[in-house]
Design a protein around this ligand. Structure first.
Ligand SMILES: [Zn+2]
Length: 278
């Protein structure tokens, strides 16, 4: 005979306490669990390992430009599927999906604004828009931004994030390397100040053009920056690659970039550069 028995059968002990998904995120670098509202206050930088999460143009604007000074420009320049390109998906459909997903019309947004009393033209790329790839519209928006900065005699800053050329536009995409570089050369001949900020990741055609052509090349910590990917390079040279290869810190050591700027110091650093060189 049992000494005791359960009075009710339906006591449930298998109900897991649910944690709302939208409040916590795991840091991909150090695996610590981060509280999202706190992460946001911290400019989306991990408090443990300083990993810089990707942020969008709205957040960069808040970070860099003075309140109330922001005016978006060249918003009407958008991609057109000239080649009627189709692989797994039609390029025209990919564009619609990207616009829907990001709520941006292209892989870059351009602005006029002020950084601590210094007027600037600012371009901000969006990696979530077809890998931040540079098609004709991105090239044209950058070229127009360069011309605007030249006309207004103000510095140009571009926050770069890109997988490279937009292959769906074939040779038209590759032409943007020459176009943006030529426009930058003219701007700099006229005494214009150009500062790219390379964020994670900046690769391919963007690194091979306006990404690396700054008077001062800035990068965020630990950003992947390169032309070809490490696997392709490893196969080509048949050698193991050194630790930290193609990261900001490695490139700083080799002289490819001039300064690594944590997000918390970005506005102050830009403002100091503008104060010194403008
Ligand atoms: Zn971390």
């Amino acid at each position: 005979m049992a000494w005791f028995h359960r009075k009710e059968d339906n006591i449930k002990d298998d109900q897991k306490k649910s944690i709302p998904d939208n409040l916590w995120i795991k840091c991909p670098s150090c695996s610590e669990i981060l509280y999202k509202p706190e992460l946001k206050i911290n400019h989306s930088v991990c408090r443990y390992c300083k990993h810089h999460f990707r942020i969008n143009s709205t957040e960069y604007i808040k970070l860099i430009l003075d309140d109330g000074s922001v005016k978006e420009v060249f918003k009407n320049i958008i991609s057109v599927d000239r080649l009627k390109f189709k692989s797994e998906k039609r390029y025209s459909d990919q564009l619609k999906i990207a616009i829907n997903k990001t709520k941006d019309l292209e892989a870059i947004r351009c602005f006029e604004g002020i950084i601590n009393n210094y007027p600037v033209v600012l371009g901000i790329m969006n990696f979530d828009f077809i890998g931040g790839s540079m098609g004709s519209a991105v090239g044209e928006k950058i070229s127009q931004s360069i011309k605007l900065a030249d006309k207004k005699k103000v510095p140009l800053i571009i926050v770069c994030a890109s997988g490279g050329a937009r292959m769906q536009e074939g040779a038209l995409s590759l032409m943007q390397l020459a176009k943006t570089s030529a426009n930058l050369a003219k701007f700099m001949e006229n005494g214009g100040l150009y500062i790219p900020l390379l964020t994670n990741p900046t690769t391919g055609g963007v690194t091979a053009s306006y990404g690396m052509l700054g008077d001062i090349n800035l990068a965020e910590p630990k950003a992947l920056i390169g032309f070809a990917g490490p696997r392709v390079i490893k196969q080509t040279i048949s050698q193991d690659l050194p630790d930290g290869f193609q990261r900001s810190e490695f490139l700083l050591e080799k002289g490819f970039i001039d300064l690594i700027v944590p997000r918390s110091e970005l506005k102050k650093t830009l403002s100091n550069i503008l104060n010194t060189l403008s």
